[in-house]
Structures are given as C-alpha cells and as structure tokens.
Design a protein around this ligand. Structure first.
Ligand code: PMV
Length: 325
C-alpha cells in the first residue's frame, strides 16, 4: 500500500547576510540571523510517496540513486511527527542551468519538506515547513519563502525559522551568477563553519557586525536603496570569507576566477555602475545589480568568461505544490 504522491517545487536562495556557524549542530540553530533573496532561475522539483512494500527509503536525484543521510534524517523526523511508519521514495530533479555548481541544498530540502509532509498526511504551515527544512540544511530554512527572507536565529527548534520580508518585490533587482567552477566544494559548509567557530580569532567580531548588517540591510531594502543593499551584502560576504582565511588551518573558497570577477565588479563600480558581489561556500560569484544594468555588466564579464557561464536571475517565489509531472 502506498500513499498518494506529492510533488513540490522550491527555488534556491542567495544570502545577502550570511549564516556561517552553528550554535547547535544537531538542531541547526545558527550563530546569527541571516537574510536572503530567493531566485527564479534555480529550483528543485521533488516527488515523495510512502510505501509499505519498501524496506528502506530510496532517494533518486536526476535519475541516479543516492545515499543521502540528510534526506533520511528529515524523513525520520517526519515519521516521528506524523506517525507514518512506512519508508518513502523521494525523486528529485535539480533545475540549475548547465550544472552551474550553485548550492542546491536550499531548494532541495525546502521542496522535500513540503512534498514529504503532504505525503505523510500533514498540513504544515510555512513556519513549520521552514523549521523542518532547517533540519536538512540551514539555508533551506529560507527557501520556503519567495523574495527577501529573514531567518530569525532563535534559540531552539521552535524559535528558529524564516519569515518573509517581501515576497512580491516589484523591484528590478537581479543577480548574475558567474560560474567559475561547477565541481563539488572541497570543504563542506558544515566543516567550514565548525572550523571558523572554534578557531577564528575574528568570530566574535563577525557575530556583532552580522547583527548590525542585518538591521542596516533591512532598512536599505525598505528604502529600495540598491547601492546600500549591495554594499552591505558585499562587505558581509567578505567578512565571512575573512573568517575562513583566519581559521586554523586556514582555507578559502576563492579561485583565481573568483578574484577576477570581483575585480571586474569593482572596476565597473568605479565607472559608476551599481554592482556588488557575494560568494558562498564555493568559488562562484553572484553579482547584485539592477536589471537595466545587466547588459553592460555581462559585456564586461564576457571579456574574461564565456557567456554560457553567466546566468541572470531575478527574484523567485516560495515553495509550492505542483502537479505531478
Ligand atoms: O545550508 P548550508 O548549511 O549548506 O549553509 C550554507 C551557508 C552559506 O550558503 C555559505 C550562507 C547562507 O546563509 O546561505
């Protein structure tokens, strides 16, 4: 006997104020609140059903069977909440153009939380979905919502969840993803975070300024001040990467191509074009800009990068159920 199959779609998000360190490893409670923009171009579709014929969970990503303990972990939590005892079949498709190497765990765990909770017979509200997605991957907490989203740190499972700041922006803010390297990162975000929290002498400074950055960027978003939003995001990203450089042993996600893209952005800015960069736990650079400036920024980037590695994305929606494909 199997349950009905549910399919959910969730989009990825890029943090403008980063989450980079855990207060609680198991519950994934962050060291600071963070803020992101959900993007329209990159998303995951996930279908789930529970079936009494199964003797273990099965997870298939882009047609290939995977062993993923985090997926099983989220399903175990759901089984505990819902009383569902059966194992599940989870099938996911990542829609990220040409293996862009952009983090897909945010969209993946947001889509899984929605599809699996429905298949288990639960009707979770978005706060509960955000808490569940958090248990798979921190950044997934925010992908339940569209537009600008804040993940409020909280102090335990019940109080750590995302809230939507503005879901329908009506603002032509864009992100250009510069794909430097689509390969798997060498230092996972879990390992990177643990290392900076326990060894970087700058961690206290990070926590203090991340709080200030969050307040400032929320004000700048309200004022539709792209220059402020972009500058705060860029400085926040650099502080996160400075933690990595100051950890023991030190590490960095930057590659030569990352530094080149960052320089191009800084040069464009000195010529009067409003553009700013951010980087996560990988070498790819995301450029924050206004839609009207994308063409001039793309042509500056095209002197060093191939057009197929430059992807323009706009604000995207929150997680939703879709018809089974
Ligand atoms: O979702 P995780 O646990 O892989 O952490 C991602 C952390 C960053 O992407 C670097 C920052 C963020 O807030 O998304």
């Amino acid at each position: 006997m199997r349950t009905e199959k549910y399919t959910a779609r969730a989009h990825t998000n890029i943090a403008l104020i980063k989450y980079w360190g855990k207060l609680d490893q198991d519950l994934i409670i962050p060291m600071n609140s963070s803020l992101s923009l959900t993007l329209d171009k990159f998303y995951t579709d996930t279908s789930v059903f529970f079936d009494s014929d199964l003797d273990q969970d099965s997870f298939i990503l882009d047609g290939v069977r995977q062993q993923n303990t985090k997926v099983t972990h989220v399903l175990d939590l759901l089984r505990r909440f819902s009383g569902e005892k059966r194992f599940a079949v989870v099938e996911s498709f990542n829609h990220v153009p040409s293996a862009a190497g952009l983090a897909s765990s945010a969209s993946a765990f947001a889509a899984l939380s929605l599809a699996a909770s429905k298949a288990a017979g639960l009707n979770l509200d978005r706060r509960a979905l955000s808490r569940l997605a958090r248990r798979g991957s921190g950044s997934a907490t925010r992908s339940i919502y569209g537009g600008f989203v804040e993940w409020q740190q909280g102090h335990d499972d019940a109080s750590s969840y995302a809230v939507p700041l503005e879901e329908n922006l009506g603002w032509n803010i864009c992100m250009i993803a510069v794909v430097i390297n689509a390969k798997q990162k060498k230092i996972s975000s879990r390992v990177g975070m643990q290392r900076v929290v326990s060894t970087s002498p700058y961690y206290e400074g990070w926590k203090k300024t991340a709080k200030e950055d969050l307040i400032a960027i929320k004000r700048a978003i309200k004022q539709r001040n792209l220059e402020r939003v972009g500058m705060i995001a860029e400085e926040n990203a650099l502080k996160m990467h400075a933690l990595n450089l100051s950890a023991r042993p030190h590490f960095s996600y930057f590659e030569p191509g990352s530094l080149l893209a960052m320089k191009i952005v800084e040069n464009l800015r000195s010529e009067g074009i409003s553009c700013y960069y951010t980087l996560d736990a990988g070498p790819n650079v995301k450029i924050i800009c206004a839609k009207k400036d994308t063409e001039v920024i793309l042509s500056a980037l095209e002197s060093s990068f191939s057009r197929k590695d430059l992807i323009v994305a706009g604000p995207g929606p929150g997680a939703e159920l879709i018809d089974n494909p």
